[in-house]
Design a protein around this ligand. Structure first.
Ligand SMILES: Cc1cc2nc3c(=O)[nH]c(=O)nc-3n(C[C@H](O)[C@H](O)[C@H](O)COP(=O)(O)O)c2cc1C
Length: 196
């Protein structure tokens, strides 16, 4: 069984977080042994969810196998002795990026990311802000130098998306690629031509 931690912080992008969680759920059905998803949602993320999406908080939480309270520093993701296969923070606010980049965590999401870095496991930060300041850029570099993958949710138009959901699917698929989860969400450059 593969086990992943997903952190949702209070940046814009809740529909992408939902698409990612649904993608992990679908992968669980396809992968032998399945996938277990542990979710941590910051307080600000709950506020942004209510503003950006019609999805109820309970429906979001239901997409994970285990939900941890962001204030619970005793939860399994806070310890390196608890094995997992990678963590994605999606979306990752500039505030959460700063906490991860500087090791100054104040909630379970930050702590879990800190642990993921120290254990040299995959950590993907789907950083969302625009434009970005020098502070943001320095923090992205610091996190990248510590081992994180910095993955702003920039749409690719080469796959000719016909809807917002197409864009979200492609982004979520590319995030899943980073943690080694096979998926049919991302459009694959060159593959359409192979089948013609
Ligand atoms: C609707 C809404 C959208 C926001 N979008 C962003 C964003 O895209 N990026 C960002 O860094 N902060 C954004 N914020 C501000 C963060 O929520 C705020 O900095 C918060 O302290 C982040 O806390 P967290 O990192 O613990 O989730 C947004 C806030 C709201 C209410």
């Amino acid at each position: 069984m593969k086990r992943f931690v997903v952190g949702i912080s209070g940046a814009s992008g809740m529909p992408l977080a939902v698409t990612l969680l649904r993608g992990l759920r679908n992968a669980a059905q396809a992968l032998p042994g399945g996938v277990q998803v542990h979710l941590v949602v910051s307080d600000a993320a709950r506020q942004v969810l209510a503003l950006e999406s019609d999805l109820r908080e309970t429906d979001l939480l239901a997409l994970a196998d285990v939900v941890h309270d962001a204030r619970d520093f005793g939860a399994p993701p806070s310890s390196g002795s608890w094995p997992h296969d990678g963590m994605v923070v999606c979306p990752c606010s500039m505030s959460t990026l700063a906490a991860i980049a500087h090791g100054t965590g104040s909630n379970l999401l930050h702590r879990a990311a800190d642990v993921t870095l120290k254990e040299r496991r995959p950590l993907v930060l789907v950083v969302r802000e625009t434009p970005v300041s020098r502070v943001h850029l320095r923090n992205m570099l610091a996190a990248a130098e510590a081992g994180a993958v910095i993955m702003p949710p920039c749409p690719g138009f080469y796959a000719r998306p016909a809807s917002v959901q197409d864009i979200l699917d492609h982004l979520a698929g590319r995030i899943l690629d980073q943690i080694g989860v096979p998926n049919a969400l991302a459009a694959r450059w060159g593959e359409a031509a192979d089948t013609e």
